[in-house]
Ligand binder design. Structure first.
Ligand code: NAD
Length: 346
């Protein structure tokens, strides 16, 4: 299990609505634990627990490195979002979130959309990512995609000496909310875009819209410059890592490295530039943070664009310190948390 100094883990059960959820609160030193809710058909409660532990920890570092006054949390709902998600279930989940009195603030993640957050909002104010018509910042996915695009360009600048992606071969794995928007940025820039997904209908649709090429072979062995994981986590693992041909990995998925110590190190040794996931996929949280802080769209875009500078800085720091890029980002994030803890105790 991925317990790693988590502050609190809450199991939520409700027979009437069929709700089975786990809320993971990793750290609240910088502020309330904010992180999305994922609905997924986990094989077991253990699998769901492991996921929420990993995801909530990732949120702590994501907010810390992005300079937000937020802690790290996440929630998982066990079940099929297509068939088991009902307004009653979402409302009941919202009540559990409310019972934590703001220590955890929820948002959208895989299997959720803005309308679900609107339902949660009916029973608790501790939710972000609600519709613009209801005073929210709306769907965070396009902003997340823009941040990933910025991180990818910074990685290209570092690796190739130019951040121009025109003519670069990029494979996007997972063309959901974020993946599709990333494909759009890439094709506007003139990149040669390949797409992979388990949903054939999505593949057809996105391929048609952006003249992308559907890729059906083994994603990891693809002869591309950049691999962009935008589906689920842990795709860089013992089985895949030695097959990856791309020279840059930059994508939206959370927890791309199955084991961040081991696989971060191997990527560094192989000379593959890895843009840390929790750093470059922070656009979404920058967007929902605006709901709490009240800053506008211009400020959201400015902060998201800054992912480019932070990524470049981290890649250079990792090189200078001879550590993996993931670890370099973690160190900087942890430093910010430690500093705040010291300030708070003084
Ligand atoms: P989504 O559910 O809209 O899209 C995921 C896509 O991945 C779907 O099209 C699905 O069919 C596909 N997929 C699932 N398993 C796959 C596999 N094995 N191979 C290929 N494709 C597969 O989710 P999203 O909102 O686009 O998020 C994508 C990733 O980015 C997730 O890991 C999420 O946690 C992360 N993320 C999202 C946001 C956001 O703002 N939405 C922010 C930060 C991180």
């Amino acid at each position: 299990m991925s317990f790693n100094d988590h502050e609190q883990v809450v199991f939520c059960n409700d027979k009437d609505t069929g709700l089975r959820a786990i809320i993971g609160i990793h750290n609240t030193v910088l502020g309330p634990a904010l992180g999305g809710t994922r609905m997924w058909n986990y094989n077991s409660e253990w699998e769901a627990l492991n996921d929420v532990l990993r995801l909530s920890r990732g949120m702590t570092y994501k907010s810390a490195i992005t300079g937000l006054n937020l802690g790290g949390g996440k929630a998982v709902l066990i079940g099929d979002a297509k068939t088991q998600k009902t307004p009653e279930l979402m409302r009941r989940f919202g009540e559990f979130v409310h019972s934590l009195s703001g220590k955890y603030i929820t948002a959208e993640d895989v299997g959720m959309d803005t309308e679900d957050m609107d339902i949660v909002r009916e029973v608790t104010p501790y939710v972000t990512g609600i519709s613009e018509s209801k005073g929210g910042a709306g769907n965070p996915s396009p902003i997340t995609a823009y941040g990933v695009f910025m991180g990818m360009k910074a990685a290209a600048e570092y690796k190739y000496g130019s951040d121009d992606l025109d003519g670069r071969k990029v494979l996007v794995q997972g063309i959901g909310h974020v993946g599709e928007s990333l494909v759009e940025h890439l094709s506007n820039e003139g990149a040669k875009v390949y797409i992979a997904d388990i949903n054939p209908a999505r593949l057809e649709e996105v391929a048609r819209k952006y003249s992308a090429q559907i890729y059906t072979e083994d994603v990891y062995e693809a002869d591309v410059d950049i691999y962009a994981p935008c589906a689920l986590g842990a795709t860089i693992n013992d089985d895949t890592i030695y097959r990856i041909k791309a020279s840059i990995i930059a994508g939206a998925a959370n927890n791309q490295l199955a084991d961040d110590k081991v696989h971060g190190q191997i990527l560094q040794e192989k000379g593959i530039v890895y843009a840390p996931d929790f750093l470059i996929n922070a656009g979404g949280i920058i967007n929902v943070y605006a709901e709490l802080e009240g800053y506008d769209r211009t400020e959201i875009m400015r902060r998201t664009e800054n992912i480019y500078n932070t990524t470049l800085e981290i890649l250079k720091t990792a090189e200078a310190r001879k550590i993996s890029t993931h670890f370099a980002a973690l160190q900087i994030a942890q430093q910010r948390i430690d500093n705040r803890k010291r300030e708070n105790s003084n």
